[in-house]
Design a protein around this ligand. Structure first.
Ligand code: FES
Length: 379
């Protein structure tokens, strides 16, 4: 059959009936001829099936697939069950918590590495040695080319002898399947969490400004030295100025870990702004007493995508977010007046205590930062 078929203008090509009558091997050979592929050399790795050397090679490939599968399984278990929630240094469970990232990184990485080694070994140890030369073609493939291509791929697959190697197929299937599961978990696992699971105590509902155990929460500015506690007083700020502040409790004094945690929390940063005297502010209903005189504290986390709204322009009382140029008007209770942000910056209720320091009278009364599921719009 193959002798009748050649490529090039004027050459006869097989009809549909002739194609239907061809065996997979004939179709594969035809594919080579149509594509002007010349097999220069093809030697099976194990011409006699079932030898000890062949079984050894097969076991070694399967072993790497199994190692990959076990490693991915360990990753899935660690990802789901390993204690990942933050534990302070020195507290029980800190060592286990700090191993979370290395463990999931190592198990996932090792699984992919083992999978790669298994595939390379399968090709090197089991596939036939073949050298083929093919001419390049331009244009779209016709039906003959498409059908013979499929046959050629099938034929090539059979020549690799993988079809009869059940051990390798099963271990490879296991490893590849678990790799898929593991990759899916990496992509989606972090999203599978019920934010309401802890009720009113859920992390999405409160920030570091929440008073715990009746302890006063001060407004502290960052001096660059963690152990240097600088609580803020009204006289520390000029009219028309802005200061970034973080929550601070006296119980944190001397505890660098706690201080760092309070300062680094993604929703902790607050802009304390002292408006110029006489500036009129439209206050939000229910939040009329959140300010202290001309001092207003708004979350520094932009309600668009969470960048720090680091710029305060005293001339026109605008708070600017440098990321996508949202602007919030301090005199309209930090409502957005320009840019993509659609929601006002949440305001932190503040006052000055008997010692003369600024303190938060409660946590934010609405969620900080970009919207998450079903968050009500309050303005
Ligand atoms: S994050 Fe502030 S404007 Fe986009």
């Amino acid at each position: 059959m193959s002798s009748e078929v050649t490529t090039g203008q004027g050459d006869r090509r097989p009809t549909r009936e002739e194609l239907d009558a061809m065996s997979p091997e004939q179709l594969a050979r035809l594919a080579g001829e149509l594509d002007e592929v010349e097999v220069v050399h093809n030697t099976p790795k194990f011409p006699i099936p079932g030898t000890r050397a062949e079984k050894r090679a097969e076991r070694s490939v399967a072993l790497w697939f199994v190692i990959s599968a076990v490693s991915m399984l360990a990753f899935v278990v660690a990802f789901i069950a390993w204690p990942w929630e933050y534990v302070n240094a020195g507290e029980p469970g800190h060592a286990i918590y700090s191993l979370y990232t290395p463990v999931i990184g190592f198990t996932f990485g090792f699984s992919i590495l083992a999978l790669g080694i298994a595939v390379i070994q399968a090709v090197k140890k089991l596939f036939p040695d073949e050298v083929a030369v093919q001419q390049r073609h331009d244009g779209i493939s016709d039906e003959i080319d498409r059908r013979t291509f499929v046959a050629q791929v099938t034929d090539a697959g059979e020549k690799t002898t993988l079809g009869r190697r059940k051990l390798i197929l099963r271990s490879a299937g296991l490893a590849a399947g678990l790799a898929g599961v593991g990759t899916g978990i990496v992509a989606l696992g972090g999203l599978i969490k019920n934010p309401w699971a802890e009720g009113d105590d859920a992390p999405l509902w409160h920030t570091g400004w929440r008073a715990e155990g009746g302890e006063t929460v001060y407004l502290r500015t960052d001096t660059g030295i963690l152990s240097e506690i600088a609580r803020v007083r009204p006289e520390d700020m000029e009219p028309g100025s802005m200061m970034t502040v973080f929550p601070y409790r006296e119980s944190e004094r001397g505890n660098e870990e706690e201080l760092l945690h309070a300062q680094r929390a993604g929703d902790a940063a607050v802009m304390l702004i002292r408006l110029r005297p006489g500036t009129q502010v439209t206050k939000r209903p229910g939040q009329e007493d959140f300010n202290y005189g001309d001092f207003y504290a708004w979350s520094k986390i932009c309600t668009h995508l969470g960048c720090p709204t680091s710029l305060y322009q005293a001339q026109d009382n605008r708070i600017l977010c440098p990321c996508h140029q949202s602007q919030f008007l301090a005199t309209q209770d930090a409502e957005p007046v320009f840019g993509p942000a659609a929601r006002a910056l949440p305001q932190l209720p503040i006052t000055v205590n008997d010692e003369g320091y600024f303190v938060a009278t409660s946590d934010f009364v609405e969620p900080v930062g970009p919207a998450f599921w079903e968050r009500p719009k309050t303005t």
